[in-house]
Design a protein around this ligand. Sequence first.
Ligand SMILES: NC(=O)c1ccc[n+]([C@@H]2O[C@H](COP(=O)([O-])OP(=O)(O)OC[C@H]3O[C@@H](n4cnc5c(N)ncnc54)[C@H](O)[C@@H]3O)[C@@H](O)[C@H]2O)c1
Length: 271
Amino acid sequence: MSFVESMFSLNGAAAVITGGAGGLPRSLAVAFAKAGARVCLWGRGTNHPIEDAVVSVKAESGSPDVFGVTVDTADSLACERAYDATVEHWGMQPSILLNGVGGNRGKSSFVDVDEAVFEEVLKLNLLSGLVTPTRVFARRWIEHGVKGAVINMTSMTSYKALSGVWAYDAAKAGVLNLTEALAKELAPHHIRVNAIAPGFFVGNQNRSLLYRDDGELTERGKAIIARTPFGRFGEHSELWGAALFLASDRASGFVTGVSIPVDGGFLADNI
Ligand SMILES: NC(=O)c1ccc[n+]([C@@H]2O[C@H](COP(=O)([O-])OP(=O)(O)OC[C@H]3O[C@@H](n4cnc5c(N)ncnc54)[C@H](O)[C@@H]3O)[C@@H](O)[C@H]2O)c1
C-alpha cells in the first residue's frame, strides 16, 4: 500500500450516508466506495429512489459493496431499525456517518415567512439531518467502543447569513454549533464530529434559485458567481477530498469540531 493509500484508504471501514440518494450525498457515497469503504445509503425513497442511487453508486465507483435502506431519518425508532438492518447486512458496525439529509425550501422576505415552512426546514436540517440519526449512532458506538467519525453538512450560511432563506440560515448556523458541541461531548469516546461546508453546488434544493427555466442564471446565481473568487459553481467531485480526509482516521484522527469550507473562495471574498 502506498503512503497516500495508507492515509486515505477506507478499506475495512463501513459508512452510512443519510439522504444517500440526494445530489451531494450520493456523490460523496461514490467517493467513499471508491476509497474502499462498504457503503450503505439511507434515504426516504420519496423524491429520489434509493434503489436507483445504489445502482448508480455501484456503477460510478466500481464497487459492489453498496446497498440501501429506506428510512425516514426524522424518526428515531426507524433509525434504530435501520441501524440494526445495516449491521445485520454487513455483520459489523459502521464507523462513518455522513449526515447528508438537509436542504432549503424557497425564499421570501422576512415579513412573508411561512412559519410552517420555517419549522419544516429547521426540523429537516437539525433533527432529520443531524440530531436524530447521530444520537442513534453515538449511543451504539459508545456501547460497542467504535471510534466513529460523523461528518455533517454545514453551508456558507453557517458563517454568513444568506438573504431570504431565514430558516436555512438559522438551521445551518445550528449545524455548525452542534458540530462543535458534539465534538467536545463525544471526544472522550474517541468519536470525531466534523463538517463540510460546501459553497454553491447546483443541486435539487437550490437549482431554481440559481437558474431560470430558460437555463440562464438568476440574479441570485449571478451574484453568487460574482462573489466566488473562482467565478463558478463547484463540481460535486470537488467535495471528495475533504470528505475522505475527515472520514479517514489516519488522515484526521486528531481533527474534531471543524467545518471545512469547499467554496471556491466564497468566504474569503472581499472588495
Ligand atoms: N447543494 C448545495 O450547493 C449545498 C450547499 C451547502 C450545503 N448543502 C447541504 O448538503 C446536503 C445535501 O444537499 P443536496 O443539495 O445534495 O440536497 P438533496 O435534496 O439533493 O439531498 C438530500 C436527500 O435527503 C433526502 N431526505 C430528506 N429528508 C429525509 C428524511 N427525513 N429521511 C431520509 N432522507 C431524507 C431527500 O429525499 C434527498 O434525497 C444538505 O444538508 C444541504 O443543505 C448543499
